[in-house]
Write a protein that binds this ligand. Structure first.
Ligand SMILES: Cc1ncc(COP(=O)(O)O)c(C=O)c1O
Length: 402
């Protein structure tokens, strides 16, 4: 078991008079001291605008930003020019839909998604379909909440242009066979877009090994700051895509009538970037690499298994999603007929932070036949004590609601 709680200052907080048990990690993870220090050092010692300045602070800020890009690129096994800094997963997916989609998708094309997707990986494609007339298809999931691989393969036989799929469902935890899917997509002549928001924090993201064309993830789910995320794109594809937002930094030259675009990755980074966010994200991936991603994945898998075992012993708990071996460290459940928000409120009174709601996956909730679930999600700093606190505060829900 990992013992890293001391690295996370917020975990010593009390909430409602109780020790904080933070189990809302699929929404946002907490940051270790090294991330907080890196951001603070930037603002305290090096803050200035990047890329344009001749003065020392500007050169230092530029170097810190570009070092951060190199570190993040190393973390995902990409080259720095393939790492586009964006605000979050949502913006990364929208960038692909707007730039690649508008340039290469037409009225007779189809786009394949899965029924596991977060709204961020549905709505941009719906908008693209609305703009172009392209058709959307969703690969089905089975009763366990796992992708029906045969149906996915069937949809690929329709020769889509783009397929976009998650590596791990934020609502059910279900893992998808990303490498196999990416191989099938390429064989079908389409490009693959991986929503890695939940995958990157649980075992890492090696874009070359997975063989995806694009991948998107957020810093705030990876122990880094909010407001920073990454779009990875294969260089060959990024090069032929038109720029998305226009403005400073993304241009090489501008005249009254026209502009020429800058090299990668700047072509897709219009305006002043989130410098401190990138520096914080680099500190986060450094921290994770030091601990070891495989180690983290094993630790979280064990906590997930313990939770599913404990919940399985309470007949009032309704569990959603596959067995522990097939999911990321996310456990979605309901408690008898108690609304998920009531469950979350009672747990909060005990200092236990979980999420409740539709988890930005309303179509998937519709398939489950519920408006909402409660969701506990684990990170590297959670412990078996946290699992016990979750289970015992759930008993309190039973007492209150009968
Ligand atoms: C699977 C998945 N995709 C996309 C997102 C959107 O991430 P962000 O809000 O950081 O853009 C989330 C966030 O919950 C997610 O879990």
């Amino acid at each position: 078991m990992l013992d890293v709680r001391k690295d996370f200052p917020i975990l010593s907080r009390r909430v409602n008079g109780k020790k904080l048990v933070y189990l809302d990690n699929a929404a946002s993870t907490q940051s270790p001291r090294s991330v907080i220090d890196a951001v603070s050092d930037y603002f305290g010692n090096h803050h200035a605008n990047v890329h344009r300045g001749v003065h020392t602070l500007s050169a230092e800020a530029t170097e810190l930003l570009e070092n951060a890009r190199r570190e993040v690129a190393g973390f995902i096994n990409a080259t720095p020019e393939e790492v586009i800094f964006v605000r979050n997963t949502t913006e990364a997916l929208n960038l692909v839909a707007r730039s690649y989609g508008d340039a290469f998708i037409g009225k007779n094309d189809s786009i394949v998604l899965t029924q596991l997707e977060h709204h961020s990986n549905i709505v941009p494609w719906q908008q693209l379909a609305n703009r172009t007339g392209a058709k959307l298809h969703y690969a089905r999931i089975n009763g366990e909440g796992m992708l029906e691989e045969n149906h996915f393969a069937e949809l690929l036989a329709g020769v889509p242009r783009i397929t976009a799929f998650t590596g791990a469902s934020n609502a059910l935890g279900s893992l998808t066979p990303v490498r196999k899917m990416a191989r099938l997509v390429r064989a079908a002549g389409a490009v693959s877009v991986l929503d890695a928001a939940q995958l990157a924090p649980h075992g890492g993201l090696d874009v070359k090994r997975l063989g995806v064309d694009f991948a998107a993830f957020s810093g705030h789910k990876l122990y880094g700051p909010t407001g920073i995320g990454v779009l990875y794109g294969r260089k060959e594809l990024l090069e032929k895509m038109p720029a998305f937002l226009g403005g400073g930094d993304m241009i090489r030259e501008v005249s009254w009538d026209s502009f020429t675009v800058n090299d990668l990755p700047y072509k897709f980074e219009a305006g002043t970037p989130n410098i401190s966010g990138a520096i914080g994200l680099a500190a986060a991936v450094r921290y994770l690499s030091k601990i070891g991603l495989a180690h983290i994945a094993r630790h979280e898998a064990e906590l997930t298994r313990q939770t599913l075992d404990l919940f399985g012993q309470d007949e009032r708990v309704v569990l959603y999603g596959p067995p522990a071996s097939k999911r990321a460290s996310i456990v979605s459940f309901n408690y008898g007929s108690v609304h998920a928000h009531d469950v979350a409120s009672v747990l909060d009174s005990q200092g236990v932070a979980i999420r409740s709601g539709h988890h930005c996956a309303m179509p998937l909730m519709g398939l489950l036949g519920v408006p909402a679930t409660a969701r506990a999600s684990f990170a590297l700093y959670n412990t078996p004590n946290d699992v016990e606190a979750l289970a015992s505060s759930l008993k309190k829900v039973g007492k209150i609601f009968g």
